[in-house]
Design a protein around this ligand. Structure first.
Ligand code: PMP
Length: 398
């Protein structure tokens, strides 16, 4: 068989070949540099899927064509192959080092997004007649509460809805009979975070860390279960990371469908069925990138510095406003508004024209939001602030 383009074993040519729309573009028509990235990479402030490190993108791109000299794309590796087993084991080992995950905790690479965890956590951790406590800090908390309510008893022990989710509640009492307490540790839409992780005593703490995992040092032993959709600080969408205290997986899950059982995924070491192989591969590269950049503590210091540049400007601006209580400000997602809806629109369009992309706030919140995850370079935040300062100057009389 004649093969075209991308190396051996990939794409058949001739009759039965790929339709034109799917065929690889002629090299002469592709706008790529020698290193394989587009010539002009913009600053992408997307809340997720989000910016990834360039070095990771390069390696991920090259592995699509040939994985480690195997003559196969990483996309073509069997999930039972020794190459893929090495990929998933290495990803887990690097993550364990990065987060100092103790041996009595399990790491699972799952699918279904954080949204599936909204159901999986109660299905597996709450007893049939039991109840779970939740703190409501925003739209994603509300989704997790709604899912848990579908399946059993929930107590919402605190909420910041009274002030439009602009703060994180500090006064609450964990119910003595709660099977766990659930928090959304960083609120992607509202731009708040739990600066201090709640002390829950013997009640397991379950945290949706989708939009802040690996951005700051956390003590894993304070948690019963941590989950995160990958598409912000970990890698491509399609992968969901779960870190859990292994002893919490009990017979309670007996009536739970297999794909929704932590014990089934643990017994099969995340290979109960075909996992999101490529997303796991790229996540492993991101973990290695993070480790070589100095690890989570170094990244936290960088993230803090990036966020300060933006918040310091917002605090002096007469034009842009961030309404989050200072002690509860997220260092990952920074919402802000201009004085009017028209100026918000004008800002978003002008910023995009200047290469500052995806700054529109969530439709439920409005205004703007800069998501400044680990892979957002400090230069991107500086460029945003310079642009905001200039925009303010040019638009203050309107
Ligand atoms: N929780 C949080 C905090 C999020 O930010 C998101 C996605 N933006 C979700 C849950 C939902 O994640 P997924 O799309 O992976 O289900």
């Amino acid at each position: 068989m004649i093969m075209v383009g991308l190396g051996p074993g990939v794409l058949p040519a001739g009759p039965g070949a790929l339709p034109r729309s799917l065929a690889p573009k002629q090299p002469g028509r592709m706008k790529i540099t020698k290193r394989g990235l587009p010539m002009t990479r913009v600053y992408n402030f997307s809340p997720g899927p989000a910016v990834l490190p360039e070095a990771v993108l390069q390696q991920a791109a090259s592995a699509v064509l040939d994985y480690n000299g195997t003559g196969m794309s990483v996309l073509e590796l069997s999930h039972r192959s020794k190459e893929f087993i090495q990929i998933i084991e290495q990803a887990e080992a690097t993550l364990r080092r990065l987060m100092s995950i103790p041996d009595d905790y399990s790491v699972l690479f799952l699918q279904g997004g954080a949204s599936t965890q909204f159901a999986m956590a109660p299905m597996n951790l709450r007893s049939a007649t039991g109840s779970a406590d939740y703190i409501n800090t925003g739209q994603w908390s509300q989704r997790s509460i709604a899912e848990a309510q579908l399946l059993g008893n929930v107590q919402v022990i605190a909420s910041s809805e009274d002030r439009n989710f602009t703060y994180v509640p500090r006064d609450y009492k964990i119910s003595p009979d709660a099977d766990y307490l659930h928090i959304t540790s960083n609120n992607t839409l509202e731009g708040t975070r739990f600066a201090d992780i709640p002390e829950t005593g013997s009640t397991p703490l379950v945290a949706d860390m989708s939009s802040e995992i690996l951005s700051r040092v956390i003590d894993v032993t304070k948690f019963g279960l941590i989950y995160a959709g990958a598409q912000k600080n970990i890698g491509p969408a399609g992968l969901t990371l779960v870190i859990m205290r292994t002893d919490l997986i009990s017979e309670r899950s007996a009536a739970v469908p297999t794909m929704l059982r932590y014990d089934a995924h643990l017994a099969a070491r995340s290979l109960y069925n075909t996992p999101p192989c490529y997303a796991i591969y790229v996540a492993g590269l991101v973990f290695e990138w993070l480790e070589s950049a100095g690890g989570v503590a170094t990244m936290e210091a960088l993230n803090q510095a990036k966020a300060s540049v933006l918040y310091d400007f917002l605090d002096t601006s007469q034009f842009f406003i961030n309404s989050v209580a200072k002690a509860d400000r997220s260092i990952m997602n920074v919402p802000f508004t201009a004085p009017s809806a028209e100026l918000n629109e004008k800002f978003i369009a002008a910023a995009a024209a200047a290469g500052l992309m995806t700054l529109r706030g969530h439709r439920a919140v409005g205004g703007m939001r800069a998501s400044i995850y680990n892979a957002m370079p400090a230069a991107g935040v500086q460029k945003l602030v310079d642009f905001m300062r200039q925009f303010e100057r040019e638009n203050t009389d309107i």
